[in-house]
Design a protein around this ligand. Sequence first.
Ligand code: C5P
Length: 308
Amino acid sequence: MLASVTVRAPAKVNLALGVGPLRPDGYHGLATVFHAVGLYDDLVATPLPEGSGLQLVVEGEGAGLVPLDGSNLAARAVQALVPHGASTDVSLTIRKGIPVAGGMAGGSADAAAALVASDALFDLGLGRDRLLEIAATLGSDVPFALHGGTAIGSDRGTNLTTALVRGTYHWVFVLAEEGLSTPLVYREFDRLHEGVTPIGEPVVPAALMAALRAGDAVALGKALHNDLQRPAVTLRPHLAQVLSIGHEYGALGGVVSGSGPTCAFLARDDAHSVDLAVAFTASGVCRTVRRATGPVPGARVVDQRVDT
Ligand code: C5P
């Protein structure tokens, strides 16, 4: 058996997030375009002697906000693989590089990393498709954290189709003081529509897909769209100011990332992303700023050690 496995999993931003009506199962149907960006969580999995149980350590910014009990998504991922031969006698160390509760799917990245790590550590031989199915039982964003790149997501966001993308995009992520709860933002979305406008079936914007195919960052910036932006801004009104600063400093586009409160801004190039990051830092409207490019690959093994 391997002595340890390290898996790196990326954050995501939704380039488009169309939300449909609330379904009887408590979820909303989505038409979304996921894009994996170069902010990562690293997970190191090490087998422990029989009977030790699962030990979880989380390090890095915001680590204190991550649950360490059985509700942790990475712990649940290991548990989900027990019927397939995984052992819960394992130590998981997660180094957070993805903002916690930021709408960038950090918890889902950890779950995807734990699936890939357990598959390697316990030599389960689960194929990509089987792992994607198990990922969907853990959370709506977990399959994409495995998939990576850029993909259209339908159903709860769990049904993925790889998108044709040219080029590399330069992003600036503006992080807020306090996280936002995903269920709360979806509830606010429902509340804002109640008795006002019926919620239609969501579609992926054709202009956005054309921009990605052409590698046209200017067109992509214009086409960014998120149906959860209004509810997120209603819950956190200062996000409106963050979005307008991005516009003022020439971002090609700006959008709330997923359910927020992180805001994502598309820069013209690397130098422009530095200018934008400096402007946001100086503005004092945010906790911190990160730069990253996308697309990047999904959760993958970056190091494995054998017993010597
Ligand atoms: O699947 P996940 O655990 O990430 O979802 C968290 C919550 O977000 C769900 O319980 C639901 O309230 C909301 N959600 C939704 N529709 C989706 C995805 C999430 O309503 N497609």
